[in-house]
Design a protein around this ligand. Sequence first.
Ligand code: S3P
Length: 170
Amino acid sequence: MKERNIVLIGFMGSGKSSVSKRLGELLKRAVFSTDSIIEEREKRPIAEIFAKSGESHFRKCERELVKELYGKTGVIIDCGGGIILDKDNVKDLKKNGIFFYLSGTPEFLFDKVKHQKHRPLLQVEDPLAKIKAMLKERGPLYEAAKDYTIVSTDRTIEQMAKEVISKLGL
Ligand code: S3P
């Protein structure tokens, strides 16, 4: 049987990248971070991709990358927070992936991202209000895509990684 991929989804600041990295160490599996791969390929940070080429270009990069990644086996895929906006991404990643939704309250997520400058979508006057509005739109998409929810509010990376492993029965 093909070993399924572990796919982490969730809002910016929910801990996907750190949990993926820890899962990679604990399970000795390769980790693919969509944001990092796009930045490497484009040779520029995400903020610059958004500023100079627009969000639509970034979403195209994401879509092309998902097409390359979903056929892998037994890897960990750390998805950018907006990957679920394209239903084809979800459909493809579902073919061989188990989805874990790292979910956090708007206040918790705000606390995690408030001093960071690399997320263009949150460089607004009132980021907490923006997070709330985006979660309203995306919450149902994360919920519909997920196989399991991992609560991230007030939890450590270690706790979340261990919970993923236990949900997988590994
Ligand atoms: C985005 C999330 C970011 C990155 C880009 C857009 C989003 O990834 O892909 O800034 O639309 O939620 P993280 O969730 O890893 O911060």
